[in-house]
Ligand binder design. Structure first.
Ligand SMILES: [Zn+2]
Length: 202
């Protein structure tokens, strides 16, 4: 399956998960490799990622105070802890991870608005300070977990990749986060294996 060229990119990571919460879980490159590439190294990184993922508007990002302060530092740790626990929910049954993620979701205090004219309900997390970003990411993750039974979420078969994505293909045979990267690499590995390890071109 070919990826659209319009897929947003954050620090060299194409946002190919098909849901912002999966792209959040994919902010580590080559997760199972010898040297995983962490892309959320600071709170400012988290804010930049959230901007790319569409969770935060440009004005909200610009108005965020104290991105280098103590609360931001604490929130970075909270965001990483949440990400790692949420990831474990996709790797197999993990009661501890499930409890941690559930507690974070329980702690959310969304602003609920019901439009008086249409009666339609909406929930939002206002963004005024660093901890609100952690809350907004948690809310997006909650949305994914609610929809999870209806989604075909897979782990990329690429060497050391382990990224998660939603397979929306009709046949349900998507194997790679990005066929141009992990799919191509697998084809090269297969070719080399079939040709005695020689470095032949395809
Ligand atoms: Zn991959």
């Amino acid at each position: 399956m070919r990826m659209s060229l319009s897929v947003p990119v954050f620090d060299g990571l194409a946002q190919v998960g098909g849901h912002p919460a999966l792209d959040f879980l994919n902010t580590v490159k080559y997760r199972s490799g010898a040297e995983p590439g962490e892309r959320l190294r600071s709170f400012a990184d988290c804010l930049r990622w959230a901007r790319v993922a569409g969770l935060v508007s440009e004005a909200e990002a610009a108005a965020m105070p104290d991105v280098n302060g103590a609360e931001a530092e604490h929130c970075l740790r909270q965001i990483i802890t949440l990400r790692e626990a949420a990831r474990r929910l996709f790797d197999g049954a993990d009661p501890q991870a499930a409890a941690l993620v559930a507690r974070r979701i329980e702690a959310l205090r969304p602003v609920v608005h019901i439009d008086p004219a249409s009666g339609a309900l909406s929930r939002s997390i206002p963004l005024h300070r660093p901890r609100d970003l952690a809350a907004r990411i948690t809310a997006v993750l909650a949305g994914l977990l609610e929809q999870r039974p209806a989604l075909r979420i897979k782990t990329c078969e690429g060497h050391d990749c382990d990224w998660l994505f939603i397979d929306r293909s009709k046949a349900g045979r998507r194997r790679w986060c990005d066929s141009r990267i992990c799919g191509n690499a697998a084809r090269v590995r297969r070719y080399r294996a079939a040709h005695g390890g020689k470095d032949g071109s395809l």
